[in-house]
Ligand binder design. Sequence first.
Ligand code: ATP
Ligand code: MG
Length: 432
Amino acid sequence: MGKSIFIKGEHIIMSKSLKNIKGTQDILFDDNNIWQYLESHIHQFLNKYGFSQIRTPIFENTNLFSRSIGTQTDIVSKEMYSWTDQGGNNLTLKPEVTASVVRAYIQHNLGKKYPINKLYYIDTLFRRERPQKGRYRQFNQFGVEAIGSEHPEQDAEIIALAYNFYKSLNIENLTLKINSIGSEEVRNKYKLELKKYLIPYKDKLSTLSQKRLDTNPLRILDTKIDFEIEIIKNAPHIIDFLNKEDKDHFSKVLSLLDSLSIKYDIDHKLVRGLDYYCRTVFEIQSSKLGSQDALCGGGRYDYLVEELGGKPTPAIGFAAGIERLILSLNKKELSIFKRPNIYIINTEEKYLETSFEITESLRNNNLTVINDTLRRSLKSQMKDANRLKALYTIIIGEDEIKNNKVTIKDMDKGTQSYVSFDKINSYFLKKQ
Ligand code: ATP
Ligand code: MG
């Protein structure tokens, strides 16, 4: 039997259709401590690198995504939450953020304002994928976009930033995978060669890969199926098709990473799923994550600004899953409990005004103060204070009111002090 709830005065049983949608989650109580901690860590960390936050709408015109991500990609071909609104507009809940950032960059003429725009976001995205551990239909990402520089030092800065971010959270078992997929011309040449190599194996490929052979052969390199992995083992490497400029760019990125002692694996199979990437692509994985092992992924997208109607502008960025970040954190680090400083125990309705005044003045001194609004007994308020792991309780009862004093109990030591009303704040300020 479902939980019963009230809707418009009717008492009904909670049916499946009133529960959260598959692939979405409610985040409750202590789990929010880690979210709040991570969000503020992300802001602090990215501000240190001089990135500024950008917030874009939760939905956009559908064609923004089909034009940028590419119609042959999984996201656009089958995973978007799209609908037509009452005005006949085709809209989509954002499945990723880069397209929106670039749209905003063009729309607000940011390139004219600043020659380089270093932006970051924390956002909620939607993709209709098969939900499993580390893969949801509503999920959260933070990401960065540096728009304006074509130089390899920009690639290295972004990659180092991503790597150092995970290091700053003591995440272990990190692997940085990197590849260069060259310019569009190189990719087209390579696609033909790859197709040539794969055609003899066509009958052995999965139906999906057979389809991709015509539409998006690069994606076959990304396969997770064992027998396909075997087939592509000897496939040609895109790196061998790079022109001189692409090669020079890539070796400079690598030498800058070397200078920072950041270890990487060159992965010839790494091509990334979206159409807009060129030259450097990378992913950071954690072996703690199982099959959804990518913590973040990104790369250069020098053609996207132009593709969406702006002036040709080079850019590079990455996006990082926050749910996967949490899954990869050390469990010990997850226990960031926030203990309230004080729990106010008021024993009588008639002392409410006094207890409100004390509560507010303590909060004005930046203390976390909890008060009871259920008019519970002293005993059950004390129990609640224990459950919340309050550091102190303040008891306001008959005796206390008579003497203009309160009883302050140190919940860890079990000791009590009797403190006059006007000394309560200084009592706690001294403890800080
Ligand atoms: P994957 O290969 O795992 O599907 P992706 O290449 O689709 O990832 P991007 O679109 O580049 O991933 O998104 C960047 C990051 O966002 C991923 O590395 C992952 O950490 C996270 N991510 C992507 N899709 C999901 C999802 N459905 N649920 C939770 N996190 C996700
Ligand atoms: Mg994916």
